[in-house]
Design a protein around this ligand. Structure first.
Ligand code: NBP
Length: 472
């Protein structure tokens, strides 16, 4: 029997769908899963009648693959990925290529690339976005590692990826852990946008008294606009329309209001802190999840801490698409992207990734969770100025900021008056206001630091480093 083109380890929801995608695109495959029962279930289910064979153990797995072998690991990130690498390494031969498609920490990938490439194996750390459906129909993929390793799998990945008007949603990202770094930041931006839409829903529900279908109608309208047309707005509308078949109540209203925040969202914020990048919208979304997890404490505090007496808040009308609220959602979404792109730029300089910003925007335009029409504008902005320091000052985005800032301010001020938490809206407003202020009050912070710790300061009227005896 002829040898298969492609091997997959890990038949979770992502692995199953990616191997079906590869097979559909002409790559006969072999699958291996730690628990063989899952392999059997897959082969007798979704894999039936396809050019996909199973293997009971890793020896059989590698024997069924043509050389050089191309093996995709889709297992839980962390210790499971290390375990699989350790188990398969003795069976690999020079030139074979391992691809980690899980959500690995980029520093783990840096280590693994160095370790595996030193043994003459290829190693690619590849972010994959699009969930189960994207994996099957065409995800966005962010592969990093050596260029030679990428070249060996480029033709396969370009066929498997989502396709948009200007090409497949995959490109060589850069060396080492750059692919997983870009996927991490993608997820950080995703955290931000999810929280932004949740804040808009909360205001429409609790302040405007709108029901699920009415809020869904607004989401539907927003999704028809250039600024907000996106997968996340589209699925928010779908979530808000879904009713429990037993009683007709919106399913969303029955879901526990607790969200987790481990992994990529957390890593985005930690990386930003390490690199000195400002990501307050993304951090606010992470903290929103942390606060949500304190359910018991919040329930207790609700009966003790009283907010301001509830007043009405003008968020626009249904006919104008809730104009100020839309301003808040647009500018906060732009802030989330701007902060993510700025973090990528800093990481590219620090780690010498040489990231191509327009290409990253291009591969996010299809297949992935943060796909949106705004990404074409982001791509244009970085094409226009490859050294753009911040998306906010690109002419198209600056016009959005200048036009919509009063609306965002109105929503944040109003939410504060009625006692509603809007962490991403308010962080985005502060972010934009700080960024557009030529002189911030950190002169006073510097004076205090010099006063208590002789930390010295610089002056705006002369060069040099200065110290003052502040307390005579
Ligand atoms: P899971 O993250 O749930 O992982 C399941 C797979 O990992 C199973 O095949 C399981 O084998 C295997 N595995 C585990 Br757990 N520990 C192992 C070990 N020590 N040795 C060998 N295999 C082990 O599956 P998933 O949701 O398909 O995600 C796969 C990867 O893709 C993850 O890194 C995830 O973060 C990433 N990702 C997921 C999504 C998504 O939407 N779900 C999107 C993008 C990326 P078993 O069957 O024997 O337990």
């Amino acid at each position: 029997m002829s040898k298969a083109h492609f091997g997959l380890i890990g038949l979770g929801v992502m692995g199953e769908n990616l191997v079906l995608n590869a097979e559909r695109n002409g790559f006969s495959s072999v699958v291996y899963n730690r628990t063989f029962a899952k392999t059997e279930t897959f082969l007798n289910g979704p894999g039936i009648g396809k050019s996909i064979r199973g293997a009971k153990n890793l020896q059989e797995f590698v024997d069924k693959l043509e050389r050089p072998r191309r093996i995709l690991m889709m297992v839980k990130a962390g210790a499971a990925t290390d375990a699989v690498i350790e188990q398969i390494s003795p069976f690999l031969q020079e030139g074979d290529l391992l691809i980690d498609g899980g959500n690995s920490a980029f520093k783990d990938t840096e280590r693994r690339v160095a370790q595996l490439e030193s043994k003459s194996f290829g190693y690619i750390g590849m972010g994959v976005s699009g969930g189960a459906k994207g994996a099957l129909e065409g995800p966005s993929m962010m592969p990093g590692g050596t260029k030679a390793s990428y070249d060996a799998i480029e033709s396969m990945l370009t066929k498997m990826a989502a396709q948009v008007e200007d090409g497949p949603c995959v490109t060589y990202i850069g060396p080492g852990g750059s692919g997983h770094f870009v996927k991490t930041v993608h997820n950080g931006i995703e955290y931000g946008i999810e929280q932004i839409l949740a804040e808009a829903y909360d205001l429409m529900k609790r302040v405007c008294g709108m029901n699920g279908d009415q809020i869904a109608d607004i989401m539907g309208y927003w999704n028809s606009t250039e600024e907000l047309s996106s997968y996340l707005v589209e699925i928010t509308e779908a979530c808000l329309r879904t009713k429990d078949s037993t009683d007709g109540i919106n399913v969303v209203e029955k879901i526990m209001d607790k969200a987790g925040q481990k992994g990529t969202g957390l890593w985005t914020v930690v990386s930003a802190l390490e690199l000195g990048a400002s990501v307050p919208t993304i951090y606010a979304s992470l903290n929103g999840r942390v606060m949500s997890s304190m359910k018991t404490q919040r329930l207790k505090a609700e009966s003790i801490l009283k907010g301001p007496p509830v007043k009405t808040l003008d968020l626009g009308s249904f006919d104008d698409g809730m104009a100020p609220l839309m301003d808040a959602v647009v500018l906060s979404t732009i802030s989330s992207y701007a902060q993510g792109m700025e973090l990528l730029r800093k990481a590219s300089n620090e780690y010498n990734y040489k990231l191509n910003m327009p290409s990253i925007a291009q591969i996010w335009k299809g297949g992935c969770i943060i796909r949106s029409r705004l990404l074409s504008r982001i791509q244009d902005a970085y094409r226009l100025d490859s050294k753009l320091t911040n998306l906010l000052i690109d002419p198209w985005f600056a016009e959005q900021v200048n036009r919509r800032l009063p609306g965002l301010a109105k929503v944040v001020a109003g939410a504060a008056e009625v006692g509603m938490p809007v962490p991403c809206f308010s962080s985005s407003l502060d972010y934009i206001n700080s960024y557009r202020t030529g002189r911030l009050p950190q002169n006073l912070v510097q004076a205090m630091r010099d006063c208590f710790g002789s930390h010295t300061y610089e002056r705006i009227d002369m060069d040099g480093v200065f110290h003052t005896d502040w307390i005579k």
